[in-house]
Design a protein around this ligand. Structure first.
Ligand code: S3P
Length: 175
């Protein structure tokens, strides 16, 4: 039987690094939606937003998600922070058989600290100049997005935890 584990959560919540470690523990494939999109388009996500715009990215995100879920993967899949919040993406994931959705729940303050350093590589927050502005942005954005994130099958709070510890916790909860 093939099974998919899909990690969702805000930018900077550690989806990719946790998914990579969890996949290794499970002897499963690790698939990262943003990486797949970037490879397909031969452009970084930042470049894609800059040259083609967010709407183009969102369409590609939806079709790429459907493509990877259509395969019998046995994979741990990390998706973008916005993926479950657009179109029918969340419903599509929920309706894919043998698929478990896990929300990596990270506090606003932890996300602010992590994302401030990395914001230039994230098109939605690259323009924010101060930690205060970033903190405000995340607070509002997360409020809107939590509606979608909270529909996950399981949540793991990962403040102060390494991706290894988070992956272990998911593993222990699932098996
Ligand atoms: C986005 C998150 C990014 C990437 C794009 C849009 C979002 O992925 O898909 O920049 O809307 O939250 P990460 O969550 O991996 O940073």
């Amino acid at each position: 039987m093939s099974k998919n584990i899909v990690l969702i959560g805000y930018m900077g919540s550690g989806k990719s690094s946790t998914a990579q470690i969890l996949a290794k523990k499970l002897n499963a494939k690790w698939l990262d939606l943003d990486t797949i999109i970037a490879e397909k388009e031969k452009k970084s996500i930042t470049e894609l937003f800059r040259t083609k715009g967010e709407i183009y990215f969102r369409k590609l995100e939806a079709t790429s998600l459907q493509e990877i879920l259509a395969q019998k993967n046995n994979a741990v899949i990390s998706i973008g922070g916005g993926t479950p919040c657009y179109g029918n993406n969340l419903k599509f994931i929920q309706e894919t058989p043998n698929t478990v959705i896990i929300y990596l729940n990270t506090s606003i303050d932890t996300l602010t600290e992590r994302l401030f350093k990395e914001r230039k590589s994230r098109p939605l927050i690259a323009h924010l100049q101060t930690k205060e502005a970033l903190n405000d942005f995340i607070r509002k954005h997360l409020f809107e997005r939590s509606f979608f994130y909270n529909q996950a099958d399981m949540q793991v709070k990962n403040d102060g935890k390494s991706p290894e510890e988070t992956a272990d916790e998911i593993y222990n909860k699932l098996f």
